[in-house]
Design a protein around this ligand. Structure first.
Ligand SMILES: [Zn+2]
Ligand SMILES: [Zn+2]
Ligand SMILES: [Zn+2]
Length: 185
């Protein structure tokens, strides 16, 4: 882990008017160490590993506070739960509907589209809240998107459905890696 990054984020927290509490420091540390996108539940587990005395409810409240302080943000990458990431390295998300890969791209790529939407429709684009879906380079030539990944029938936040989605994502990755031939189970 880059210790300088943690310090820079905590400086930003202070500059934005926040106090550094044990829970806040532990959460930011967990996010820096995880180097990516983590659900609130997984973050709670990570924090409690090093701080068993910090309550889950405190962790969830702290996440909200860190969002208000512009240190952390959440994004919806697909059907599953929202994931949290740090805002010191601004980016947008492309998600592959076939293998589930998350590709981070620079903010400015969306600027021309944002300008046209503002001009033509008076619409203010906010691409950071949801990922843009499509196909990654390695899946571009693959067959149709597996059923169930296409529509958004599924409601968010249900554990059973989330498990099904995760299993499908794993299957897709296995198929891509040649672990199992596509279309056979
Ligand atoms: Zn949201
Ligand atoms: Zn992100
Ligand atoms: Zn892919």
């Amino acid at each position: 882990m880059d210790p300088g990054r943690l310090d820079r984020i905590l400086d930003r927290l202070r500059e934005n008017g926040g106090r550094i509490t044990t829970a806040r420091r532990a959460l930011v540390t967990a996010l820096v160490e995880a180097q990516g996108h983590v659900t609130a539940d997984d973050l709670a587990e990570l924090v409690q590993r090093s701080h068993p005395d910090v309550h889950r409810s405190t962790i969830y409240r702290t996440l909200d506070a860190l969002e208000d302080l512009d240190v952390v943000d959440h994004v919806h990458l697909g059907h599953g739960r929202a994931v949290y990431h740090l805002l010191d390295d601004p980016h947008q998300h492309l998600v592959c509907e076939v293998c589930g890969a998350v590709i981070e791209v620079p903010d400015h790529l969306f600027a021309p589209l944002a300008a046209r939407l503002a001009e033509g429709y008076g619409f203010t684009l906010r691409p950071n809240h949801f990922a843009v879906l499509g196909r990654c380079a390695s899946c571009a030539g693959a067959g149709p998107v597996p059923a169930g990944r296409r529509s958004s029938r599924r409601s968010e936040g249900d554990d059973g459905e989330r498990a099904v989605e995760e299993e499908k994502a794993r299957d897709a990755v296995e198929q891509r890696l040649g672990g199992r031939p596509p279309g056979r189970r």
